[in-house]
Design a binder for this molecule. Structure first.
Ligand code: SF4
Length: 562
């Protein structure tokens, strides 16, 4: 039995590391012992490992990723046993090698389909293996995407959008539809999950779309599908029967049984129940004890557990290509419990296509939509406003709710987030980030909110982009103190050239600004950019309440894209 360490750097990420989850399945199939860690763990790093796999994600997380690799590398006896894979290392292997001293053979580029690259002699395609969800039990980090099915039916994308890494990472479009088997395997091993997050890059390009939709329906995600949570008792007992054991399973069952007791209405049943649960605490083998007492406990659980159902959702999380939406493709998608339908709106030039796509979706009964809005690429700041406003107008016209997710472009060959698009300025990007920060905590989407946050027209939007950051974030506070008005009066008194000079000046970094005196005529307005508001704990708490995975909060976060 080999000892395998799987490492994910300590960056924040929405999805669990699916590559590592498949590698875990692979090594467990071979009888190896697998340990998973997020970030740097000094104790684990010093242990002897037969193999260490480190995953990578965004290129702008380069520094934290390289630090993590270097840490584990420092303690490894044998460099040949370290493998680095994933998106970042596939996009910039040379940079990773230069920063870590690793060699070509240590870097796994693209999908892990051939195990000979790690020196194994078998014909297993790791990329096709099911995910090991148990791996996530080993760390405390909670992935915002939640405990759902993660799957795909196709790889790659035939388009070659210049801002996208998919054509480099998955150059061939291939259909790998084995979704029914993928889901069945997960059900048999881990129990059913409520929602399905599909990671296809361009599902509408699949030539056999109707077949794929048939499979997704068969897998339980047809329109109107319901989900009944079987409860942790049923899931853990199923796993005990399958031979699975583990402290995390015992703990899950113990927690469930403790909270379950309040559901039992009969005193005598409660007595029997408590007797079993309390005696279990002294059992040498908790799992075996529970199997031995199943005949007594299961009828009680079945009688009192909730059998309420809730809606199931399928989410093509990478978005669908609006150019391929028509009545035929939409009729197919509309057969699914799709929510939300995410349509990319990457360029204002696609306005007509986008608006048609939304109308087509609406005509097929899909009313919960969301979209990704790329900015800071070749667009102008006004393009972002226009696209958001188009959604607001569509909401009013069709009586629907479209939630928008602006995505700030960061080039895939850069290792930080500092890129400023050719029509953008650093100040404008900070302002957008401040506006989006304000939207955390806002539940309802609507025109009132939009026009307040982004301005009632493009002039006011430009003004907000130039406004001091804290004045954007704490709008009401500075409006009440009168400072917003003071700033506004000064701003309006500036000429167009001075406004430009102001934005250029406040776009400078702290280091750069030290070297430069305030431009002439701007001495009175610049101090407003030093304002610092300290929000109360209550305000902070309200702001943090909307988590990143709340896809239904309006512009819950600006997602950096690669
Ligand atoms: S952005 Fe979307 S459509 Fe464009 S290449 Fe990437 S996956 Fe394909």
């Amino acid at each position: 039995m080999r000892k395998i360490l799987l490492v994910e750097p300590a960056y924040k990420n929405k999805y669990p590391p699916m590559g590592l989850m498949k590698i875990s399945t692979y090594h467990k199939m071979l009888g190896d012992d697998v340990t998973f860690v997020k970030g740097i763990d000094a104790v684990l790093a010093m242990k002897a490992w037969d193999r260490i796999y480190i995953t990578t994600l965004f290129t702008f997380d380069f520094d934290i990723t390289v630090d993590t690799i270097n840490h584990y590398k420092m303690y490894a006896d044998d460099l040949d046993s370290i493998f680095v894979g994933g998106i970042m290392s596939s996009l910039m292997p040379e940079k990773v090698m230069a920063a870590t001293g690793l060699h070509k053979k240590n870097i796994l580029i693209g999908l892990f389909t051939d195990t000979s690259v790690v020196g194994d002699d078998n014909d297993i395609n790791v990329d096709l293996l099911p995910l090991d969800y148990d791996l996530l039990e080993q760390i405390s980090y909670k992935y915002p995407a939640g405990d759902n099915y993660f799957a795909y039916t196709s790889r790659g994308c035939p388009n070659h959008c210049k801002f996208c890494a998919v054509p480099i990472l998955e150059p061939q479009f291939t259909v790998t539809n084995n979704i029914v088997q993928q889901i069945e395997k997960i059900n048999q091993k881990y129990g059913p999950k409520q929602n399905l997050l599909m990671l296809d890059n361009n599902i509408l390009n699949a030539p056999n779309l109707s077949e794929i939709i048939d499979s997704l329906c068969q897998a339980g995600f047809y329109r109107g599908a319901k989900y009944e949570n079987p409860g942790d008792y049923n899931i853990v007992l199923m796993r005990y029967h399958n031979g699975d054991r583990g402290a995390f399973l015992d703990k899950r069952l113990q927690d469930y049984l403790i909270s379950f007791k309040k559901r039992i209405k009969s005193e005598s049943t409660l007595e029997t129940y408590l007797q079993i649960v309390i005696d279990a605490e002294d059992a040498k083998d908790y799992a075996q004890y529970m199997l031995d007492h199943e005949a007594q406990l299961r009828p009680i659980i079945e009688k009192y557990r909730s059998k309420a159902t809730s809606n199931r959702y399928i989410d093509f999380n990478q978005g669908v290509d609006g150019r391929r939406i028509n009545d035929d493709t939409m009729a197919q998608l509309a057969r699914l419990a799709i929510r939300p339908l995410r349509i990319a709106f990457d360029d204002i030039a696609y306005e007509k296509i986008y608006v048609n796509a939304v109308h087509t979706a609406f005509n097929h009964g899909i009313k919960e939509l969301s979209n990704y809005i790329l900015f800071n690429f070749n667009d102008y700041p006004e393009d972002l406003y226009k696209r958001l406003e188009i959604n607001i107008k569509l909401n009013v016209e069709l009586g629907i709710q479209i939630f928008s997710f602006p995505m700030r472009f960061a080039p895939i060959n850069r290792t930080d987030r500092s890129y400023v698009g050719k029509h953008w300025k650093r100040k404008y990007l900070q302002a957008i980030s401040a506006i989006l920060h304000v939207t955390k905590g806002v539940v309802a989407a609507g025109s009132d909110f939009f026009y307040k946050a982004f301005g009632k027209d493009e002039n006011e939007y430009r003004e907000i982009l130039a406004m001091p950051r804290d004045m954007i974030m704490y709008r009401s506070h500075y409006e009440e103190t009168g400072e917003t008005n003071e700033w506004r009066e000064l701003y309006h008194s500036l000429t167009a050239e001075q406004k430009e000079a102001l934005v250029d000046f406040v776009s400078l970094s702290n280091e750069e600004i030290k070297e430069k005196p305030s431009p002439k005529g701007l001495e009175s307005i610049i101090p407003f950019y030093l304002l610092k508001f300290r929000p109360s704990a209550k305000v902070k708490e309200k702001r943090d309440r909307v988590s990143e995975n709340d896809a239904y909060a309006f512009i819950a976060d600006s997602i950096e894209i690669e």
